[in-house]
Each structure stands twice: as structure tokens, then as C-alpha cells.
Ligand binder design. Sequence first.
Ligand code: ADP
Length: 549
Amino acid sequence: FEKHALNYESKILDVFGHVFQLTEFRENQWEAINAALQHHDCFILMPTGGGKSLCYQLPAVIDNGVTFVVAPLRSLIFDQKQRLKSLGISCASLTGNISHEEADEIYRELYKDSPAFKIVFITPEKISMSDQLNTALRDLYNRQLLARFVIDECHCVSEWGHDFRRDYSQLGQLRINYPDINITLLTATATLRVQQDILQQLHITRNYKLYTQSFNRSNLIYECIQKENNDLTLSQISNLIKINYQNQSGIIYCFSRAECDRAAQYLLASNIHALSYHAGLNDSLRQTIHMKWINDECQVICATVAFGMGIDKNNVRFIIHFSMPQSIEGYYQESGRAGRDGEIANCHLFYCYDDFLKMKRLILNDDESKSPMQTKQVRINNINRVYDYCLNNVICRRTQLLEYFGEIFSSSECKSVMSTECDNCRQVYKTSSIDCTRISIEILKLVSDLNQTNTTLSYIIDILRGVNSKTIRDAGHHRLRAFNSCHQLTRLDLERLVTRLIIDGYLKQEFLDQQTSSIVAYLRPGVNALQLASSSSQRSTNTSKIQIE
Ligand code: ADP
């Protein structure tokens, strides 16, 4: 066995230097490549740009037979194929868009005694739907020419992940149909729970090897900015780009297709070369825009989340979220597209309460996907977490992000690298801390006193700040104890505090209808304000303490 391993080692080094033309392995690559060649299933978790591909591409070159790589997007497959071809590695792809003739040619090659391909990319639906593919796989398997399965972006298998894809759930068949063929799993984001779910779904139970590493992207600067309104934010974004990122590449993530178009138009009118990219454009137009951006002919892409998965562009200097991401994992991945070259890059996240409501309402009203309530709840919780992250102007951004992946990160490390400190560590807002327990109780009492169905966030804040409005006076709410009790706090601070009470479950949001953004907020059944007084004073969370500007 040892001799065998040594044999592999020299082969690995040879292919690493001569085929891939690389000189030094990155963290976990050597270990993962060895494990794969010694017939282990591998679960490889590496930050975006970490070098996951090599962990299956190098073994594929050495292995006898063909490695099948399942990848979710054609654009991702296209990029990988180009890269492999430039290295002289024979590969092919069987995706929905290729012609019958092209597909036949690939199948003919696969039926040869010794197929030329080292790697064949497939999309997940092919596994469940294409008899032609399954027959070819079975034939290769019988001839011992099926080297390995690789599942790229494997978090798509899990409903708990941020990008579940139904087609991926069919991949459990691989282990059942080909029990002794090893599987390599790749992803840049998976919490412990998601990892376990993926392994279970794919029936990977025997001695697999897990390779994981710190997810800290030390060259990225994280910042969250409260959005006042969309127009103002667009002008902020345009200034930001003009002042800080002249001729530098970036992505602006938007909520909808219309928002992508609008952002791109606004930037174009401000002389910034921006293009809109979303699923509403046809394939060839998307491809053209993609290439323009890759080749630096277009500076900024305004895109929905559909853009970017598997994008290999090293010099992205900024990622701007014009609209909040849908989950922390999603945010990690989207922001992670910046600074792959290791140079400093910035991640600006714009957020606001209205966007938060809009996203939640969209999920609740999403009848098309027929998602069960449980899935909707997962998505709602994900958005709550994101909003919580945005609102938290105390704890280091890295600490918050990495905690989500089960990693303990000390904020002193964020501070130690001066030039990439996050906004909270930099304390850009010069905040001071106050204990909000009393105010929180006041708010809960107020909501329970109001006890009506049209209590909006804005109405609550008006009362707390003592706004002299006709509606308040007519309702007699100016006589409530809470009236004017928080005049020293800004609207923004109060908004943060009330939403924190919602996220922590002390208040509940209800959506009245599909159009209006009004919510009812009422005390969670079974919680009374006095109970809360004792429980929240014991909690050391931010419920009782927030930083104010
Ligand atoms: P991931 O899939 O983890 O996002 P990739 O596998 O696409 O990352 O690799 C990102 C970049 O790093 C690619 O350009 C790749 O060629 C390069 N790379 C990978 N491994 C090494 C290495 N050991 N040394 C130098 N460059 C590497």
C-alpha cells in the first residue's frame, strides 16, 4: 500500500508541475488529491477561489477512465472546459443546449475501448432524465472505465442550504447505482447541518474524508449601509464607484430584473460603463455580456443572484448589494467573488426595512414553487439572519459571518489587519452603547396596548418619538405612556430596536395583503412584558444593548 502511495506521490507532482504548471499546493489540495487517488470519498469545503477544481482535475488526469462532474450551470461548465482545454486536458460536456450530433459524437467516444476524455461535465437533470447517459455510464462502469463522480456546488443538494435545486436531489442514485465509485463533493459554503444533510442525501456513509479550512477572507472589507431610498442609494453607489473604483471591476447585486435594468441605466447616465444581466435575457446576450465583463470591456455588471456562480474573474474590486442577499451563505458566496487575486476588495451591503419586508412577503406569497411551509420558514429564517447581520453595528462582521459556519473568529484578528477592518471594527459611526432593556419593555407594552391590526413599524416609531400627528391624536395615542418616551433616539435606532424584537421573536410580523407594506406587530402569545423584563436582563445579547449613532 505504501509503495502504491509513493507511486501516486511522484505522479501527482509530475502532473501538478507539467500539466497544471503550478509550483505550490494550496491548503488541503495535496491531502485531498491523495485521498481521492486512494479511493476515498472526499468532501472539500474551500472558500471561493481556494482551488477546489484541482482536487478533482488532477486525480482525473491520473485516473484510468472518465471522471463525471455534475455542475449546476452551463456558464460554469463553459469556464471550466476552456481552462482544461488550455491545459491540454481532454474534456467534454453533455448539457441541454448541445445538438444531437455533438452529443452523439461524445457518446461514440465514450463507447471506445479507451475514451480520450478525462473529464465529462453534466448538468444534474441529465442524471435523472437521460437514458442515453445512464446507458453510457453503466457501460463504462462495467468496463471499469468510470473513474469518479464529482458534485460541484454540492450545497445545492440540501434544502437547508441557500441554493437548493430540485434536480440535485436525484443525485442520491449515484451511490445506489454505482456503489464502489468514489464521489468528490465540492462547495464553498455549507454549515455543519448542511454538510450532514448532503452526506445523508447522497448516501455517503463510509470513510469519507472531510477537508475544510478557515473561511475568513482576510482581504475583503465588509460594510453595511442603511438605505434611505433607492434613488439616493443609486447616487451613493455611482459616487462610490467614481471616487474609489475608477476603471475597476465590480458587481452590483439587485433584487429583480427591473432593478438590474434601472441600476445599469442610472450608472450609464453617470458615465459608468454598466450592463444589466439577468435570467430574462437570452443565452447569447448573456454570454456576450459575461465575456465583455470578463475582458474588462464593461466595468460593472448589475445582476440578480443568477450571475456569478463559478465565475472566475480574479480582479473584482467591489461587490455592492443594492438589495439584501437572501441568506448569510448566499452573502458569503456573492461577496466572495471579490478579491480572488488576494488583493484588497470591498463588499458594500445596502439594506433597509422595506427591502426586508419585500423579500419576506415574496416568499410568503410564493405559490408558484409550491414550496411547503417548512421550506418557506427556512427561507424566512435566512432573511431574518441577514437582516440581523445588517442591523448589528456592534459585533465584527467577520465574527458574525464565520460564526454562521461554525467558526470562532476573534475580532482582534479583524482589527490586526488595519487596512481590511470591517465597518464595526473601524467604528465608522462613532457609536456609544446604551442599555435598551427598559425601552424594549416599553415598546412591547405599547404594542400590546395598541392591540390593533394596523400597527406599522412607522406608527410605533412615531409614538415613541412623540410625533404630533392627527392620526395619533385622533386615536388618543398621544396619551399613552410610551408617547415621546424615546425622543432621544433616532428613527433609525428605533427601527433597529423594533426589528430586533421581531427577529428575536418578542414581536410578530404579519402581512396583511400583497400590496401594502403594513404589518401588524403584536406580542408573541404567552410572552408578557414583565416576564420579558427578567429574561432580557439576563440575556447578554444585543436585545438589551444596542449601539446608537
Ligand atoms: P474554486 O473552485 O475553489 O473557487 P478554482 O479551483 O477555480 O477555485 O481556483 C481558483 C484559481 O486559483 C484558478 O485560477 C486556479 O488556476 C488557481 N489555483 C488553484 N490551485 C492553485 C495553486 N496550487 N497554485 C496557484 N494557483 C492555483
